[in-house]
Design a protein. Structure first.
Length: 87
């Protein structure tokens, strides 16, 4: 199965160096995810706030990429599909 949402990949530049919402709240995160549509940086689902997934539900921006060192995977929330996009 191929991802049908690659047209939404617009950026590989993060808006911040940490989870945007957690930084505002003074909270912490486990791992960071980059929204490939707008550059939003959110925390992963292992983090208590799950801001990357909340960003998807609020915006419908479908694809994230891991911002963790050494990780190159991306994920489409809509298609529930992992992929390698590069950066």
């Amino acid at each position: 199965m191929d991802c049908g949402h690659l047209q939404f990949v617009k950026t590989d530049r993060p808006n911040s160096t940490g989870c945007e919402e957690c930084l505002k709240m003074g909270d912490t995160w486990v791992h960071l995810r980059l929204c490939r549509t707008c550059g939003h940086v959110g925390c992963c689902d292992d983090s208590k706030n799950k801001h990357a997934t909340k960003h998807f539900h609020g915006t419908k921006h479908p694809i994230i990429t891991s911002l963790e060192p050494g990780e190159t995977w991306s994920w489409c929330y809509v298609d529930q599909l992992g992929m390698e996009l590069g950066r």
